[in-house]
Design a protein around this ligand. Structure first.
Ligand code: COA
Length: 161
């Protein structure tokens, strides 16, 4: 996929070590990676899109071929506008598969530019992590230091203080 433009999209509320692992692995597989932070997901977000983008920027600034952007509306429209070749998704467990397969099939009908959805399996040590669980543990003062990048933890603590 060298030379290809790859999109890794999500709400990243907040960015977790599982997301970061996919970013590192995805960035090695493509020419350029766009990390697309969804602005208007149906879920109510804890962090503003600018904060989520800042968390990602701080955690990925050593990566030369990665840019971060916010997007609104249909993923497929964004894929066409930004001339994306590959949309990367992570699969943590079999439970992710049904949802991901439905989304990939729908997107395949909507892309209209020949883009493909490609899946990477999450590493087993990250397979149980989700942003929602991280938010819940953090809200109840649990230790989330093993689940989010250091820069994200700093921002979250500053926000809570
Ligand atoms: N490591 C850790 N956590 C992961 C993960 C990984 N590798 N992959 C997914 N997750 C978690 C996320 O943290 C999130 O957790 P949460 O629900 O507890 O917050 C959950 O799994 C779902 O994440 P994700 O699949 O990235 O969904 P999302 O809601 O963050 O973003 C979009 C999905 C933005 C790509 C999708 O909703 C979209 O395309 N929206 C645009 C509108 C559109 O086009 N709709 C039609 C789609 S066919």
């Amino acid at each position: 996929m060298n030379g290809k433009r790859l999109l890794y999209a999500g709400s990243f509320d907040p960015l977790t070590n599982g997301h970061l692992d996919l970013i590192l692995r995805g960035a090695k597989l493509c020419g350029h990676m766009v990390i697309g932070v969804a602005k208007n997901v149906s879920k109510k977000s804890l962090f503003a899109v600018e904060e989520r983008m800042e968390m990602i920027r701080l955690s990925t600034e050593h990566l030369r071929n990665v840019t971060i952007d916010g997007f609104d509306g249909l993923l497929a429209d964004y894929v066409r506008e930004r001339e994306i070749d590959v949309v990367l998704r992570g699969l943590r467990t079999a439970a992710d598969f049904e949802y991901e397969a439905r989304m990939a099939h729908m997107n395949a009908r909507l892309y209209g530019n020949g883009a493909e959805t490609v899946f990477l399996l999450s590493r087993p040590e990250y397979s149980f992590i989700s942003s929602g669980l991280v938010r819940e543990v953090f809200a109840l003062n649990g230790d989330i230091s093993g689940f989010v990048p250091g820069e994200v933890l700093k921002l979250m603590k500053r926000e809570k203080a």
